[in-house]
Design a protein around this ligand. Structure first.
Ligand code: HEC
Length: 479
C-alpha cells in the first residue's frame, strides 16, 4: 500500500503524454450537439448551460472533482439517485441542494447530461500536471522542485529542525519526508472525522520548538458523531506522537461536512491564532456564544489570554479574537509589520482578503459580495456600520486556500508578497501590497491543480501542496 504511494514524477509525465494523445485523437470525433441538450425542451434551460453555471465551479467541467470516492463509480449511479442528490443535496458532504432553483425537468436533464455527455468526454480530460522547465513571472523566473508525491490532499506542512518535512493529509495520515524521500507515517495521530472537507488539517511547530518540542495539529474531531474543529499539541518521539494534549475543541458539534477552517499561525509572543469556519450554518458567524465563523487567540497551552476582546462579554466564547467569518483557510503574519492577514471563502463570489483586528466583525452573512451557490440572494448589503470591509474581494471566487508571505531574502523581487492558492481555478495568485492595499495580482502556475496549501519552508522557499494527485513542490529562483 505504501509502495503504491511512490508515484514518480516520470510516471506522471508519461501519463500526461499518453492522455494528451488520447485527448487529441478523441476531440476530432466529437463536436456535434449532445443528446441530453437536444432533449431539454419547452421552458427548461439547456442542461449543459446549467451544469456550467451551477456545478462546474466545484466539480470542474468534466466532473473531475468531488465525484464521491471515484468518478467512474459515480457514472454508474442510477439516474434517479443522481436526480435526488441534485434536488436535495447532501448535508454531510457539502453538496448543495438545487431543488428550489431547478424544475424537475431541469434536474432530470442535468443528471442525464452528466451520465451521457460528460461521462463520454470525461476520460479524455483526465487531469495531470505539467510545467515548463523555467517559469517566467513578471518579476522573477523560477523552477519547480518536487519534494513529495504520492499524496491525496496535502493539507498542511511543517519542517523539523533537521529539515524533515511533515505533511498532513486530509485522510488522517501524517507523512514524513527526508530529502524528498518518504520516510514513513507518523503514528498515533489524533482520530479524525475525514468526511466532506474535514480530516487532518493544519500542522505547525511551536516557535520555541527546539526547546519544548511541541507540535500543533488541527483536525476535525469525530466526537458526538460529527464533532467539530479541534487542536492538539503533542511531541514527536521517533515516528510516534506522545504527550498528546487536546487544547481546543470548537462547539457545538455538528454533522455538517463543510467549513472547518482551520489554519494556525503563531505570533512573536507565542500566541496561537487559528480559524474555525461557520460549519455551513451562516448565523453562527455573528453569534459569539459558539466558536464557528471566528478567528481565535489562545496561549500555547490552550488557556485564554486575559486581554482577549470578549472575555468579559456575557455568554461569549472567550477565545474569540474576531468574528463574522465564513470559512477562513489562509492565515499568516506579515514578516515585517507583524499584521495578521487572512483569506476566506465566500459563497458564489465574494472571497475575501482581510486584515484581522482584535474584536472586529467581518460581516458574514450580514454583508457579502457573494450570492448562494444556487444563485439566490443572501443579502443585498455589501456595507454596514460596525462591519469591516475586506481589503480585496474576488468575484468570481478563486476559492483561496493556503497563504504565505514570500521570504524577502530568498525572493527579493517578491519580497513580502502574499501567495494564495486557488482551489477552483487551480493556480497560485501572487499579491503585491502597497502598505495595507492590494497593488496588483499576478496569476502563476496555471493548471497546477487544486492548490490546498502554501507555506514558507525553514529553507526560505515557498512550498505548494496540490491535490489529487497530491504532491508538494517548492519554487526555486533561476538566475
Ligand atoms: C459548493 C460546491 C458544489 C457545487 C456548486 C455542486 N456540488 Fe455536487 N458535490 C459537492 C461535494 C463536496 C460533493 C460530495 C463529494 C464526495 O462525496 O466526495 C458533491 C457530490 C455530488 C454528487 C454525488 C457524487 C457521488 O459519487 O456520490 C453529484 C451527482 C453531484 N454532486 C452533482 C452536482 C450537480 C449536478 C451540481 C450542479 C447542479 C453540483 N453537484 C453542484 C460539491 C458541489
Amino acid at each position: 500500500m505504501l509502495e503504491k504511494r511512490h508515484i514518480t514524477l516520470t510516471g506522471i509525465f508519461t501519463a500526461i503524454a499518453v492522455l494528451g494523445w488520447v485527448f487529441l485523437s478523441s476531440t476530432t470525433s466529437s463536436g456535434c450537439a449532445s443528446p441530453a441538450s437536444q432533449q431539454s425542451n419547452n421552458n427548461s434551460r439547456p442542461a449543459a448551460e446549467l451544469y456550467e453555471n451551477y456545478c462546474a465551479s466545484c466539480h470542474g467541467m468534466y466532473m473531475e472533482r468531488f465525484a464521491g470516492a471515484d468518478r467512474q463509480a459515480m457514472f454508474a449511479m442510477p439516474q434517479n439517485e443522481m436526480e435526488r442528490i441534485i434536488r436535495e443535496g447532501e448535508y454531510e458532504t457539502g453538496m448543495p441542494a438545487f431543488g428550489d432553483v431547478f424544475s424537475d425537468e431541469e434536474t432530470k436533464a442535468v443528471a442525464e447530461h452528466i451520465l451521457t455527455d460528460i461521462k463520454e468526454e470525461a476520460n479524455a480530460h483526465e487531469y495531470r500536471p505539467g510545467f515548463p522547465e523555467v517559469i517566467e513571472s513578471d518579476a522573477l523566473s523560477f523552477r519547480i522542485d518536487t519534494v513529495a508525491s504520492g499524496l491525496g490532499i496535502p493539507w498542511g506542512m511543517t519542517w523539523l529542525p533537521d529539515g524533515d518535512l511533515l505533511v498532513s493529509e486530509r485522510s488522517g495520515q501524517l507523512f514524513r519526508f527526508k530529502d524528498k524521500t518518504f520516510q514513513g507515517l507518523i503514528e498515533d495521530v489524533p482520530e479524525v472525522y475525514a468526511n466532506g472537507q474535514g480530516g487532518l488539517l493544519d500542522i505547525t511547530l511551536h516557535p520555541d520548538y527546539e526547546d519544548n518540542g511541541w507540535i500543533y495539529i488541527a483536525y476535525s474531531e469525530p466526537e458526538g458523531n460529527g464533532g467539530n474543529t479541534a487542536i492538539m499539541r503533542a511531541k514527536l518521539y521517533g515516528n510516534k506522537l506522545i504527550n498528546k494534549e487536546k487544547i481546543f475543541k470548537a462547539q457545538p458539534n455538528t454533522r455538517s461536512g463543510v467549513h472547518f477552517g482551520c489554519q494556525m499561525a503563531f505570533d512573536n509572543n507565542n500566541y496561537l491564532f487559528f480559524s474555525v469556519g461557520e460549519r455551513g450554518n451562516p448565523p453562527n458567524a455573528q453569534d459569539l456564544s459558539n466558536h464557528c465563523g471566528k478567528i481565535h487567540r489562545i496561549h500555547d497551552d490552550g488557556t485564554i489570554p486575559e486581554d482577549n476582546p470578549f472575555v468579559d462579554t456575557k455568554d461569549a466564547m472567550p477565545s474569540i479574537w474576531s468574528y463574522g467569518h465564513r470559512n477562513p483557510q489562509g492565515l499568516a503574519f506579515h514578516p515585517e509589520t507583524g499584521v495578521l492577514w487572512e483569506t476566506e471563502h465566500g459563497p458564489k463570489g465574494g472571497d475575501e482578503l482581510n486584515i484581522i483586528q482584535k474584536g472586529v466583525n467581518y460581516g458574514w452573512p450580514e454583508i457579502t459580495y457573494g450570492i448562494n451557490y444556487n444563485g439566490t440572494i443572501i443579502t443585498e448589503d455589501t456595507v454596514k456600520a460596525g462591519m469591516e470591509q475586506p481589503v480585496y474581494q474576488w468575484t468570481p471566487s478563486i476559492a483561496p486556500c493556503g497563504m504565505a508571505f514570500a521570504d524577502a531574502e530568498t525572493y527579493p523581487q517578491w519580497a513580502n508578497d502574499i501567495f494564495s492558492g486557488s482551489l477552483s481555478f487551480r493556480y497560485v495568485v501572487r499579491t503585491s501590497l502597497d502598505n495595507q492595499h492590494v497593488e496588483k495580482h499576478e496569476i502563476l502556475l496555471r493548471e497546477a491543480g487544486r492548490v490546498r496549501s502554501i507555506e514558507t519552508g525553514s529553507d526560505g522557499y515557498l512550498y505548494i501542496g496540490v491535490e489529487n494527485p497530491g504532491y508538494v513542490f517548492r519554487l526555486i529562483p533561476v538566475k
